[in-house]
Design a protein around this ligand. Structure first.
Ligand code: MSP
Length: 636
C-alpha cells in the first residue's frame, strides 16, 4: 500500500439507517464532513468524502412492513430521501454508498471469508439476552436495571447456534494501539471511554443471524443458512466504497481514513472495526472523530421520542448558510449541544448580520465613497501593519483548529478578527481622514487593509458557508476555494469593486414568532383530500419530463390544445389549457407528462398522455421543472 500520502484526505460519515427519515443529527454529522472536505480541498489536498445508507437488518424489514411497502421499495424510498437532502444542505459528497449495492455485498463476503479462513470466526451454540431493537445480544453487565439502555425494554432469552468473531484475541493489541496513537480516537474523553471499556475482558462478537429469523442481509459465504450481523456488514462500507482490495481509491485514500460518528456508535467504531480490520490484515484507520449529541430545546432528540427536527424546515426558514454556521459555531465538537430557535436567531443577528454583514457593508461603502469603488494602490506608501498581523495570526489559528475538528474554536478566531476589523474602522475613523488631504495616504492604507481583510475573511468562511463566501468575494472580484490565496497583499490595486449587498438580513424576532404563530392556519386539514392510496399504487404512475415541440388550437373547442411532446418519444397530447395558454406560450416549454396513461379520444384525436398542471377554479399553471433536466427524465 502507498504510504506516501501527503496531501490526501478521506472522510466518512456513518451510513444512516433507513428505518427513519433524515433529521438534524444526521444533518450535523454530514455537514461536519462537508466542512472538513471543503477545507481540505481548499488546501489543495486530494480529498474523498463518503456518505450513504445502511439498509439491512430486522429493523428495516419491520419499518417497511409498517409502511405497507416491500423492503426493497422502502429502502429505495428512504435512501432517496437522504440522497435528495444533501444537495439542499450544500453537502458535496464524492460517493454515496448503499449496503444493498452489489459491489459492497461482494466485498463483505470477501472479508468474511478471509477472516473465517484465518480461523478468527467459529461456530458455537449460545444462549443470551437479545434486544430486538438493537439487533444484538447483551451481557447482564451492559443492561441498566435489567433493561436495554437504549430501548428501555427487557431483552429476551434466545438460544441458538451462531458464528462468532474472536474479538477477545485482539484486546491487548487494540489497547496498545490506542495507547501508542493518542489521536486514534478523539477528542480524548472518547479515547478514555474506549480504554475504560477495554479494562474488562472483551467478549467475542456474534456475527450471524439464522435465516429462519432474518433473510434481509448478506449471506455468510461459508454457510448459506445465515446472514451476517448488520454491523459486520455496515462497517465494511468504508473500504468497499473505495473498491477494496484492488481499487485505486483504496490504495490512495485508505491510509488517510478519518471517520466521523456521534458517541452513540463509539463502540462499533472504536472496538469492532479496528479489530475487524486487523483480523482481515488491513491497516486500521487514522482517526475516529467523535461528536456529542444535539438536544432540541433541552430535551433528548430521538426517533422514539418523536421530536426530531426536520432540517429542511429549519433551512427553509433561516437559510442553509446561517443554519450551517450555527451548527458549526454552537457545538463544541465532542460535547452535547442544545438546538433552539432563539439561539439560532441570536447568532444570525449578532454574528452574521451585525458583525460580519456590517463590516462588509461599511468597508465597501467607504471604498465607494472615498475611492469611487476602486482598490487603492498602496505600493508606495507606508502602511499600518496591525491588520495584516492580526489576519496572519487568525489564519494560523484557524488552520490548526480546522485540522483538529475544533470548528467552533476556528470560527471564534475568525470572529475575533471581525471584531478587530470593526474596532479598526472606529479607531482609524476614515470619515475624519477624508476631510484632510494631508492624510490621503493614511486613508488609502486603511481602506486597502479593510478590503484585504474582507478578502481573507471571505476565504476563511468558505468551508462553512460556501455560498456566502462566494457572494462576499464576488464583491471584490475574487472567488473562494484556495487557501494559498490567503496570504496578505493579494488584492490588486485598481480592481473595480461591486456595490455592497446585504449578505445576511436581520431576523425580526417578533415577526418570526408571529409568522410561526400563523402557521397553524396554513396547516389546517384539507377538506377535499382524495382517499389515501398506497405507495405501490403511486409507483404505478410513470411521470416524465417532456418538451413541447408543436402546439395548435383544436377547432370547435374553447378549452383544448393539441400538443406534440417529446418525452424521449414523440407523443400527441390533448390538453385542456387553451383558456390559459396560447400555442406560442407552450412551444419549447418543459412539462411533466403522465406517460403511461391509457390513450383517450378527445375531439376525434387520440391523446397519448396528460400534461400536469396546478388547477384551481379559473387558474391553471402548467408544472415545469425548475432546473435544466433532459426530456424523458422520470419524475418521482
Ligand atoms: N447505521 C448505523 C451506522 C453504521 S456506520 C458503519 C447508525 N445509523 S443512524 O441512522 O442511527 O445514525 C447514527 C448517527 O446519526 C450518529 O452517530 C450521528 O452521526 C447521527 N446522529 C443521530 N442522532 C444525533 C443527535 N441527536 N445528535 C448528533 N448526531 C446524531 O447508527
Amino acid at each position: 500500500m502507498n504510504t506516501n500520502c501527503e496531501g490526501i484526505f478521506y472522510i466518512t460519515t456513518p451510513i444512516y439507517y433507513v428505518n427513519a427519515k433524515p433529521h438534524l443529527g444526521h444533518a450535523y454529522t454530514t455537514i461536519v464532513a462537508d466542512v472538513a472536505y471543503r477545507f481540505n480541498k481548499m488546501k489543495n489536498n486530494s480529498a474523498f468524502f463518503l456518505t450513504g445508507t445502511d439498509e439491512h437488518g430486522d429493523k428495516v424489514v419491520k419499518a417497511a412492513q409498517k409502511e405497507k411497502m416491500t423492503t426493497k421499495e422502502y429502502v429505495d424510498y428512504i435512501s432517496g430521501l437522504f440522497q435528495n437532502l444533501w444537495p439542499d444542505l450544500n453537502v458535496d459528497y464524492s460517493k454515496f454508498i448503499r449496503t444493498t449495492d452489489p459491489s459492497h455485498m461482494k466485498t463483505v463476503s470477501v472479508i468474511l471469508q478471509k477472516i473465517y479462513d484465518s480461523g478468527d470466526i467459529y461456530f458455537s451454540e449460545y444462549e443470551g439476552l437479545y434486544c430486538f431493537g438493537c439487533e444484538r445480544f447483551y451481557t447482564e453487565r451492559e443492561l441498566v436495571d435489567g433493561v436495554c439502555p437504549d430501548h428501555g425494554t427487557k431483552p429476551e432469552i434466545i438460544k441458538e447456534s451462531n458464528y462468532f468473531f474472536k474479538m477477545s484475541d485482539y484486546q491487548d493489541w487494540l489497547i496498545d494501539h490506542i495507547k501508542n496513537n493518542p489521536s486514534f480516537i478523539r477528542p480524548e474523553r472518547y479515547r478514555n471511554e474506549v480504554l475504560s471499556f477495554l479494562k474488562d475482558p472483551l467478549e467475542d462478537l456474534c456475527i450471524s443471524r439464522p435465516k429462519s429469523r432474518l433473510t434481509w442481509g448478506i449471506s455468510l459465504p461459508f454457510d448459506d443458512n445465515y446472514v451476517t450481523y448488520v454491523w459486520f456488514d455496515a462497517l465494511i462500507n468504508y473500504i468497499s466504497a473505495l473498491g477494496y482490495p484492488d481499487g485505486k481509491n483504496f490504495e490512495m485514500y485508505w491510509p488517510k481514513a478519518q471517520h466521523i460518528v456521534a458517541k452513540d456508535i463509539l463502540k462499533p467504531h472504536g472496538i469492532y472495526w479496528p479489530i475487524m480490520l486487523k483480523a482481515a490484515g488491513i491497516p486500521v484507520y487514522q482517526h475516529l472523530n467523535v461528536h456529542g449529541y444535539w438536544n432540541v430545546d433541552n430535551s433528548k432528540m430521538s426517533k422514539s421520542i418523536g421530536n426530531v427536527v426536520d432540517p429542511l424546515k429549519l433551512k427553509d426558514i433561516y437559510g442553509i448558510e446561517a443554519f450551517r454556521y450555527f451548527l458549526m459555531r454552537e457545538m463544541t465538537f465532542g460535547l452535547d449541544a442544545d438546538f433552539n430557535e432563539a439561539a439560532l436567531i441570536q447568532r444570525i443577528n449578532s454574528d452574521l448580520a451585525n458583525d460580519l454583514g456590517n463590516l462588509v457593508s461599511r468597508s465597501l461603502t467607504m471604498a465607494q465613497k472615498y475611492f469611487e469603488g476602486v482598490v487603492p494602490d498602496v505600493s508606495d506608501i507606508e502602511n499600518d501593519f496591525s491588520i495584516k498581523k492580526a489576519a496572519m495570526q487568525t489564519i494560523e489559528n484557524y488552520d490548526a483548529c480546522m485540522k483538529d475538528f475544533a470548528f467552533n474554536k476556528a470560527l471564534s478566531f475568525v470572529w475575533d478578527f471581525i471584531s478587530h476589523m470593526n474596532r479598526y474602522i472606529d479607531s482609524s475613523a476614515p470619515w475624519e481622514l477624508a476631510k484632510n488631504s494631508d492624510k490621503s495616504d493614511i486613508l488609502k492604507g486603511v481602506i486597502y487593509n479593510l478590503l484585504e481583510g474582507l478578502r481573507i475573511l471571505g476565504g476563511l468562511i468558505y468551508p462553512i458557508m460556501p455560498q456566502s463566501s462566494e457572494k462576499m468575494l464576488s464583491l471584490l472580484k475574487e472567488s473562494p476555494g484556495n487557501f494559498n490565496a490567503l496570504s496578505w497583499g493579494q488584492l490588486k490595486a485598481g480592481t473595480k469593486l461591486e456595490k455592497t449587498i446585504t449578505l445576511f438580513p436581520r431576523i425580526d424576532k417578533k415577526k418570526s414568532q408571529k409568522d410561526r404563530q400563523k402557521q397553524p392556519k396554513h396547516v389546517k386539514k384539507l377538506s377535499n383530500l382524495k382517499p389515501e392510496i398506497s405507495f405501490e399504487d403511486f409507483q404505478k404512475i410513470d411521470l416524465r419530463v417532456g418538451r413541447v415541440l408543436a402546439a395548435e388550437k383544436i377547432e370547435d373547442s374553447k378549452k383544448l390544445l393539441k400538443l406534440q411532446v417529446d418525452i424521449g418519444e414523440i407523443r400527441t397530447i390533448v390538453a385542456g389549457i387553451s383558456r390559459h395558454y396560447s400555442p406560442d406560450d407552450m412551444i419549447d416549454k418543459k412539462v411533466v407528462v403522465a406517460a403511461n396513461l391509457k390513450p383517450a379520444q378527445l375531439m376525434g384525436i387520440t391523446s397519448e398522455g396528460m400534461v400536469l398542471a396546478a388547477v384551481k377554479k379559473k387558474k391553471c399553471s402548467v408544472i415545469t421543472p425548475d432546473q435544466q433536466v433532459s426530456v424523458g427524465t422520470p419524475v418521482q
